[in-house]
Design a protein around this ligand. Structure first.
Ligand code: B12
Length: 221
């Protein structure tokens, strides 16, 4: 059996029998992607494909992870701001939050302020996260916060911001409650906020490792 077949068979078996911790079966293939990227055999598009595959796998694994972690630790609404279609970083945050047991409502990309307001009204999340990757779309953080204030929701939800060009200073400047430079940090902060226990299930820990691997490799590019 080739290494690829071995990984696929492992994933199939463990999913079939509900062994959530064996989400680890995904890690060797992601490591291989990372190695190829370092050698110059893989470029950003291949990394994107790997990240998407990881999300596809998550659809299968989500119920298994849920089995290990019981009910959600908190609710998180997230989206990329209006005018911006970058979503790789946001998607990594989503994967990791879900792995940590959050119920996540992902509004996708190019999200206008009124859609954030609507989602906060509907889902009553602990945190709403805005993601921006362009200096020209970062001002939407302020517009979103103003829209929440106008709707009377600002003091009911924690506002987190992130994205490659965002800084702690900028987050403070626009009136956000927190900033995180990466998915791991974002998840830790959200967990602290809802008072979730810091230890995670083996499935969630394996998932976190896998996401960090993608993140680390993408940043090298
Ligand atoms: C991939 C990419 C694209 C892809 C996006 C694909 C996709 N589905 O996302 C495509 C090709 C579509 C694209 C388009 C454009 N892009 Co582009 N893109 C990039 C690139 C190469 C990588 C960004 C990325 O995904 N990084 C990897 C992730 C994992 O890292 P990260 O962003 O830091 O995410 C982490 C943290 O920020 C944090 N985080 C992220 N979101 C959130 C949210 C919350 C709430 C929290 C707490 C944390 C958090 O956690 C994440 C995971 O750890 C960057 C260059 C670079 N190297 O950064 C340019 C870059 C962002 N793009 C840029 C530009 C200019 C554009 C275009 C305008 C180009 C053009 N002329 O058309 C368009 C914009 C289209 C639009 N309207 O949005 C510029 C932005 C310059 C600027 N300062 O404004 C960059 C920096 C390239 C450059 N050096 O010029 N782009």
């Amino acid at each position: 059996m080739s290494r690829e077949e071995e990984i696929r068979a492992g994933l199939f078996e463990h999913t079939l029998y509900g062994h959530a911790p064996e989400v680890k079966a995904l890690i060797p293939s992601l490591e291989e992607v990372g190695r190829r990227f370092e050698k110059g055999d893989f470029f950003v598009p291949e990394m994107l494909i790997a990240a998407r595959a990881m999300q596809g796998a998550l659809v299968i694994l989500r119920p298994l992870i849920a089995e290990t972690g019981a009910k959600p630790v908190g609710r998180y609404v997230i989206g990329t701001v209006k005018g911006d279609i970058h979503d790789i970083g946001k998607n990594l945050v989503v994967i990791m939050l879900e792995g940590a047991g959050f119920e996540v409502f992902d509004l996708g990309v190019n999200t206008p302020p009124e859609k954030f307001v609507e989602a906060v009204q509907q889902h009553e999340p602990d945190v709403v996260g805005f993601s921006a990757f362009l200096t020209t779309t970062m001002p939407m953080f302020k517009a979103n916060i103003e829209a929440l204030t106008k709707a009377g929701l600002r003091d009911k939800v924690h506002v987190a911001v992130g994205g490659a060009p965002v800084t702690q200073e900028y987050a403070k400047h626009v009136g956000a409650d927190s900033y995180a430079p990466d998915a791991s940090f974002a998840t830790r902060m959200a967990k602290e906020l809802v008072g979730a226990r810091t230890g995670s299930s083996p499935g969630a820990a394996a998932l976190e490792q896998a996401v960090m691997k993608i993140d680390e490799t993408l940043r090298k590019g």
